[in-house]
Write a protein that binds this ligand. Structure first.
Ligand SMILES: [Zn+2]
Length: 312
């Protein structure tokens, strides 16, 4: 089985992922003249119109994998929390028609994807994304997140997907992606999607228990002041990087290196007094004990009720 949409239409979808310089470079490579007067959108159309059928095929062969891989990588990064935007919520708005809606959140913007992949449209799925690439039908990273959700939901079978090529390791990488139901009522199911190998997921086994951080480097110390009904609490939120986390042990002989998990970043709430006592500074390498909590406000794993801060 092969792709059902024409080469021209498919190429147009793919070129939406490229920036103006990349498009110009393709024009030059195919000896197309007179492209400099066009804005990005017109440049895409001009480029496709200027190419002969076999050149379209050649360009697809050359670029397809590269463009698709780049967008899929970004989708994996969004799920892992390694991009500037993250998945805010996933809703199955109509399970019969496989209709899903995903909200993405950046620093100051949100972005919404609507997607439905089913047997009758799998050759050119119904999709609307608010981003620049997606709004014109391109396969943006948001589409690929939706693609993974739909796949995990069983809305289609990967072997029936022929609309684009997929990176060789896609089948392997998608095994680390899981979805779980957050809530479900009569009309709507809400999901979350996560990478089982990511930091947060590995550390979750310590959630709500006493833990010890080993060798975390303080990269940020933010002073906070909370006023709760006139009671003022002063504390610091320390960002700790590249350390290890393990269960807090009662005696030294209980220490087991195999129980530790490396982390990239974790936060710790440190009282003003403990901060002064330990004389903490950015750059310090420290160990401490604390209870691991999920702080919804900070959207991070945070160690609270911190004790025994020790500098290295
Ligand atoms: Zn998009």
């Amino acid at each position: 089985m092969s792709r059902k949409i024409s080469d021209e239409v498919y190429l147009k979808y793919l070129l939406l992922s490229l920036n103006k310089d990349e498009l110009k470079e393709i024009c030059r490579a195919f000896n197309i003249k007179g492209f400099s007067k066009f804005g990005k959108e017109d440049l895409t159309n001009f480029l496709i119109d200027s190419l002969a059928e076999e050149e379209v095929a050649e360009l697809l062969k050359e670029r397809e994998m590269n463009i698709i891989s780049r967008e899929i990588n970004r989708a994996f990064n969004i799920i892992r929390g390694d991009e500037r935007e993250s998945v805010q919520n996933i809703k199955i708005i109509n399970p019969r028609e496989h209709e899903i809606e995903i909200k993405f959140k950046g620093f100051r913007w949100t972005n919404e994807l609507y997607l439905s992949i089913k047997d009758t449209n799998i050759f050119d799925p119904e999709r609307i994304c608010e981003c620049r690439i997606g709004s014109a039908g391109g396969f943006c990273p948001h589409f690929w997140v939706g693609f993974m959700v739909s796949l995990k939901k069983g809305f289609f079978d990967l072997k029936n997907w022929t609309t684009t090529k997929l990176p060789k390791d896609f089948g392997k990488r998608i095994k680390n992606i899981q979805i779980s139901t957050i809530s479900k009522d009569k009309s709507m199911e809400q999901l979350r999607i996560f990478d089982v190998t990511s930091d947060d997921v590995r550390l979750l086994k310590f959630l709500n228990s006493r833990t010890t951080v080993y060798d975390g480097t303080v990269t940020d110390l933010e002073f906070k002041e909370d006023d709760f009904q006139g009671n003022i609490t002063r504390y610091y939120i320390a960002t700790l990087k590249n350390g290890k986390l393990g269960p807090q042990i009662k005696k030294k002989s209980d220490f087991n290196e195999n129980e530790l998990e490396e982390f990239e970043e974790i936060k710790a709430r440190i009282s003003e007094k403990k901060h002064i006592d330990a004389y903490l500074k950015v750059g310090d390498k420290i160990s401490l004990n604390g209870s691991l909590t999920k702080d919804n406000f900070l959207d991070a794993l945070v160690l609270k009720r911190v004790t025994k801060i020790q500098k290295k």
